[in-house]
Design a protein around this ligand. Structure first.
Ligand code: F0G
Length: 352
């Protein structure tokens, strides 16, 4: 039994790896593909959750970041910069710390979940709050790195990020022994759907799988440019991770949808929150709100007859629920403390 080496080592022959790369890894990837019994019952399908919240910094971003920070180091760059709704910045901060590089993150003012901010702080990133949304932050990051080439841009507009993230599709096919029929995932800046489609397409082209899944990309209703077919100027949703109006990988997402005969869907904040609670209570998996969009979209698609029963379906749940305790605890009723007394415990449980 050899321990999981991290995804660059695990899939070295399938990744565009530069010469003289000294891998910066936190042993990311190798996440569970968890059978989801309740969701399977609800849909009549074989549903699995790809639990990306179990990556080292609690989101799928680590798959791209091991590649991007390794690449920046090999290029001799002194610092890395990203725009982020929170997870990319947490990941960049951790990998930069591991590589002993400087990291700066541009985040939309007041719109990132507390846990993600805590991660960037702890890993020593320079946190720069911007008076604007994610789209403004990304434009600023692109302009800054274009003007100052010693700073590496580690957003998913950096192609090595997508390379790393495609390994999630490889892992799913390796675990199932085949490709799923349908793959659902939340879409924000659209790097991840682009990466999955590349991964599935490469396995298929090499004869390792005999089908490619239909891709179901789910956006939040208040931030659904791909669903509307046009950028959204002031995106708004409780799922702050995907509060994005102008996805950088627009073309990659459209290609994934069209080539796979898939679909884009919008999920309302209510649907997202309902799926968020459902996964936690029935599958034992605590994800962040944006991650639950994949499940919300899948359930709605099933109701509308888009999904036949008997199919094998994978939903990527992209980030860990611990990142956003505020949303989890919102609306929790105030409870009175009880005396130190077993009868009081039993009566609190309405068992006495
Ligand atoms: N789910 C989570 C938890 C995310 O953090 C993101 C993106 C997505 C889904 C969407 O993925 O952008 O590849 O379509 N978060 C970015 C960030 C924008 O800055 O952390 P995508």
């Amino acid at each position: 039994h050899t321990p999981w080496p991290g995804l660059i080592e695990a899939y070295r022959d399938r990744l565009a790896i530069g010469p003289n790369w000294k891998t910066v890894t936190l042993r990311e990837g190798g996440t569970p593909l968890l059978p989801a019994g309740h969701l399977s019952e609800l849909t009549g399908c074989d549903v699995y959750l790809k639990v990306e919240g179990l990556n080292p910094t609690g989101s799928f971003k680590d798959r791209g970041m091991t590649m991007a920070v390794t690449d920046a180091l090999a290029r001799g760059q002194q610092a890395v910069l990203c725009a982020s709704t929170g997870n990319t910045s947490a990941s960049a901060a951790a990998y930069a710390a591991k590589a002993k590089m400087t990291c700066a993150v541009l985040v939309p003012q007041g719109k990132i979940a507390m846990g993600k901010l805590a991660q960037a702080v702890m890993h020593g990133a320079r946190i720069i709050q911007v008076q604007g949304n994610f789209d403004d932050c990304l434009e600023l990051a692109r302009k800054t790195t274009a003007e100052f080439p010693t700073i590496g841009l580690v957003n998913s507009v950096n192609p090595v990020r997508i390379e790393g993230q495609k390994t999630a599709a490889f892992e799913i096919c390796d675990a199932l022994g085949k490709a799923p029929d349908v793959h659902a995932l939340p879409v924000g800046n659209a790097g991840n759907i682009t990466a999955y489609w590349r991964g599935y397409s490469e396995y298929y082209a090499d004869g390792l799988t005999s089908v490619k899944p239909r891709m179901l990309g789910v956006q939040a209703a208040g931030a659904a440019p791909l669903v509307h077919g046009a950028p959204v100027k002031d995106p708004e949703t409780i799922a702050t991770a995907i509060r994005i109006g102008s996805p950088a990988s627009w073309n990659g997402a459209v290609t994934a949808k069209e080539e796979s005969h898939g679909a884009f869907r919008a999920a309302t904040d209510d649907e997202i929150l309902e799926a968020y609670r459902l996964i936690a209570r029935t599958e034992g998996v605590f994800v962040e709100p944006a991650s639950a969009a994949s499940v919300a979209g899948l359930l709605a698609a099933r109701k509308e007859g888009w999904l036949d029963s008997g199919l094998t379906v994978v939903c990527t749940v992209t980030g860990n629920g611990l990142k956003d305790p505020d949303t989890a605890l919102a609306g929790m009723p105030e409870v009175q403390p009880i005396p130190v007394d077993p009868v009081a415990v039993a009566s609190a449980l309405e068992l006495a």
